[in-house]
Design a protein around this ligand. Structure first.
Ligand code: TRP
Length: 379
C-alpha cells in the first residue's frame, strides 16, 4: 500500500521540477496545496476523489516544461481545483475560491474573466469540467495564472455560439472569424473540429492573451498545418513536420486528437500566435519512444535535451519502456508571445499505462524490451 498522500507525491515532484528550472519552490508549493485543498490529503492507496480529465489516470495536475527562445525554460502546472465532495459545480466553486484567495497575493486581474464568465456557466454543466487553471513559473518572476473555460459546457452544439459571444465581448470577433475561415475543416465545426478550451491570462498587462483551442479528430498532419495558416508568418511546413515526427507519420491520427490553439490580442485583425499540441502518448509504444521523438524535436528547434531528462527524473523513477503516457503531449508554439516547444509530463500519481504492443515483424531485441504487464510505481 502507498501510504503517501496525493499532495505529498505531487509536492515532491514539483519541488524537484523547480530545481530543474531554477525557480524558488515556495510559491509553487503553496499554490499547489491551495488548489488541491482537502483532496490533497487523500492517501494514494485510495482511488482519485474525482475522475479529473487533466490526466489519463485522473491525477488533477499535469506538469509541463516550456522551452523558450530567449529565456530559460518555464515550469507550468495545469490543474483542476476540487470541491468536497467533488462535482463539476463544486469544483467550479472551489476554483472561484482559489482565485479569490490568490488574486490579491499575485495581483491578478479578473476583469476579462468577469466579462465572460456567465457565458461559460450552466446550472447543469455538460462534460467533465467547467474551469481549469494553469500556473506558470518563470525564474525570477512572480507566478502567472490562466483560466480555461469549457466551450462545450452547454453541449457541443452550443459551443460555437458561446465562443462567438465571448470574443464579441472581448472585442476579438475579427481574429475569431479568421480562425473559423482557416482553422476549421469545412463543415466540421462542432463535429471533428471541436472547440475544447477558451483560455484567458489573469492579468491586464500588454501581454495579456486569449487563446482558443480546437481538437482535430481524425486529422492528417496536413490538415493541422493548414489551421496554422490563420496566423501571418507561420510556416505551415514546420507545423506539418512537427506533427509527423511527434505522431510517427503523416496521419490520419485516429487516436487522441491533435489540438491547435490560436492566440488573440486586442486590436489585431488576425490571431498573432499558433500552437499545436500532439498527444504523443497515443502514437508511441512506450515512453522511451516518446522521449526519443521529443529529443529530436527539441534539437530541431534549438533546445537542450538535458533539461528534459532532468525533468523526467524529477517526476518518475520507472524505466521509460515500462509504460506509456508519462510524456503526455508535446507542443510547438509559433508567433507571439513566445515561440518554443513545451513538453507535458504526467504525474502518474494513480496509474501507469502499460506499453503498447509494437506491431510489425517480431524482432528478438524487441521481444526482450517490451514488457507485456502493467508497470505501476505503486503496489
Ligand atoms: N488530458 C486532456 C487531454 O489530453 C486535457 C489536457 C491536458 C490537454 N493537457 C493538455 C489537452 C495539453 C491539450 C493539450 O485532452
Amino acid at each position: 500500500m502507498d501510504a503517501s498522500s496525493l499532495a505529498e507525491r505531487l509536492s515532491d515532484q514539483l519541488r524537484q521540477l523547480c530545481e530543474v528550472v531554477g525557480a524558488d519552490s515556495t510559491a509553487p508549493l503553496d499554490l499547489l496545496a491551495d488548489l488541491l485543498g482537502p483532496a490533497g490529503s487523500r492517501p494514494l492507496s485510495e482511488p482519485p476523489a474525482w475522475p479529473s480529465n487533466i490526466a489519463d489516470d485522473h491525477t488533477p495536475v499535469e506538469f509541463s516544461i516550456a522551452y523558450n527562445e530567449n529565456e530559460p525554460p518555464a515550469l507550468r502546472i495545469l490543474a483542476e481545483a476540487q470541491g468536497s465532495p467533488p462535482g463539476v459545480l463544486a469544483n467550479l466553486s472551489a476554483a472561484h475560491r482559489f482565485m479569490d484567495r490568490q488574486g490579491h497575493r499575485f495581483n491578478l486581474s479578473s476583469s476579462r474573466y468577469e466579462a465572460v464568465r456567465d457565458i461559460f456557466a450552466s446550472g447543469q454543466p455538460r462534460g467533465d469540467f467547467a474551469l481549469w487553471h494553469s500556473l506558470v513559473f518563470r525564474s525570477g518572476r512572480r507566478p502567472e495564472l490562466k483560466v480555461y473555460f469549457n466551450p462545450e459546457v452547454q453541449g457541443t452544439e452550443r459551443s460555437p455560439a458561446l465562443v462567438a459571444e465571448a470574443v464579441r465581448r472581448l472585442g476579438l470577433s475579427r481574429p475569431y472569424r479568421a480562425v473559423l475561415e482557416r482553422g476549421v475543416r469545412p463543415g466540421k465545426l462542432g463535429r471533428q473540429d471541436r472547440l475544447t478550451f477558451f483560455s484567458l491570462d489573469l492579468h491586464d498587462g500588454p501581454q495579456a492573451r486569449v487563446k482558443l483551442y480546437l481538437s482535430h479528430h481524425d486529422a492528417e498532419a496536413r490538415d493541422v498545418a493548414r489551421t496554422a495558416g490563420a496566423v501571418d508568418g507561420v510556416d505551415e511546413a514546420v507545423v506539418e513536420r512537427f506533427c509527423a515526427t511527434a505522431g510517427g507519420g503523416p496521419g490520419p491520427f485516429r487516436g487522441r486528437p491533435m489540438v491547435s490553439s490560436h492566440t488573440f490580442a486586442g486590436g489585431v485583425e488576425r490571431p498573432i500566435g499558433y500552437s499545436v499540441y500532439v498527444p504523443i502518448r497515443s502514437y508511441v509504444a512506450d515512453d522511451a519512444e516518446a522521449r526519443s521523438r521529443v529529443l529530436s524535436l527539441l534539437a530541431r528547434h534549438g533546445f537542450d535535451g538535458a533539461v528534459l531528462d532532468r525533468a523526467i527524473a524529477a517526476v518518475s523513477r520507472r524505466p521509460l519502456h515500462e509504460g506509456v503516457g508519462l510524456i503526455a503531449h508535446v507542443s510547438l508554439r509559433l508567433g507571439r508571445p513566445r515561440p518554443g516547444v513545451t513538453v507535458y509530463l504526467s504525474a502518474e500519481a494513480y496509474r501507469t499505462d502499460p506499453p503498447r504492443h509494437r506491431w510489425g515483424p517480431p524482432a528478438d531485441a524487441q521481444r526482450e524490451t517490451s514488457t507485456p504487464h502493467i508497470a505501476s510505481r505503486q503496489p
